[in-house]
Design a protein around this ligand. Structure first.
Ligand code: IMP
Ligand code: MG
Length: 185
């Protein structure tokens, strides 16, 4: 598995330091809100980031997941994501923080935000581990007083690890690495 990685962009230590900072910011920003926010992870990619992040958030939050199908195959999004697994928690009149592994074209996030808005969330914030602004096609809009948090700005490579996959593999790598292009071309 490690031999498929061309180079490591963020190590396990760098990741945990950054996650700690993000959680501290979120705890500060939402400290005065009652009820505390609902943290919604986007499955499957956000599972590790979500697990690490919520354990450092010092608020009594609710946690839930949505699943969005956006990838037909390979490394290119098909541009028309759908919600294939919905929330259990009622987000009506709640502050929601969407937790994503990476924002690439922005299609997935726009869909999730629109979905949460339609369910009556009073604000929608986003906390994404990685952001690849160079590839943005859709400019998503936060809801209400929603805030935007991001771990790192990612250069325009296909990356795997820390939840991110290629064909459902490499999610369990503890770091973020660039996958050798010959493995997906
Ligand atoms: P978007 O809808 O194009 O913004 O894509 C978002 C989703 O695409 C993410 O939740 C990831 O699952 C996937 N994705 C985008 N870029 C990468 C990457 O570099 N590596 C692995 N998955 C990626
Ligand atoms: Mg994926």
């Amino acid at each position: 598995m490690h031999s498929h990685i061309e180079r490591i962009l963020w190590s396990e230590d760098q990741i945990s330091r950054r996650v700690f900072e993000l959680a501290a910011e979120i705890s500060d920003d939402f400290g005065g809100h009652s009820p505390a926010p609902v943290v919604v992870g986007v499955a499957t990619g956000a599972f590790l980031f979500l697990a690490d992040l919520v354990r450092k958030i010092d608020l009594s939050i609710a946690v839930d997941f949505v699943r969005v199908e956006s990838y037909s195959s390979g490394t290119v999004s098909n541009g028309a994501p759908t919600i294939s697994f919905d929330l259990k928690v009622d987000v009506n009149s709640r502050h929601v923080i969407v937790v994503e592994d990476i924002v690439d074209t922005g299609h997935t996030l726009s869909k999730v935000i629109e979905h949460l808005k339609s369910k009556g969330a009073s604000s929608v914030s986003v906390c994404t581990f990685l952001d690849k602004p160079a590839r943005r096609k859709v400019h998503f809009q936060l809801v209400g007083e929603g805030k935007y948090y991001r771990g790192f700005e990612c250069p325009n490579y296909f990356v795997v690890g820390y939840g991110l996959d290629f064909a459902e593999l490499y999610r369990n790598l503890p770091y973020i690495g660039v996958l050798k292009p010959e493995l997906y071309k």
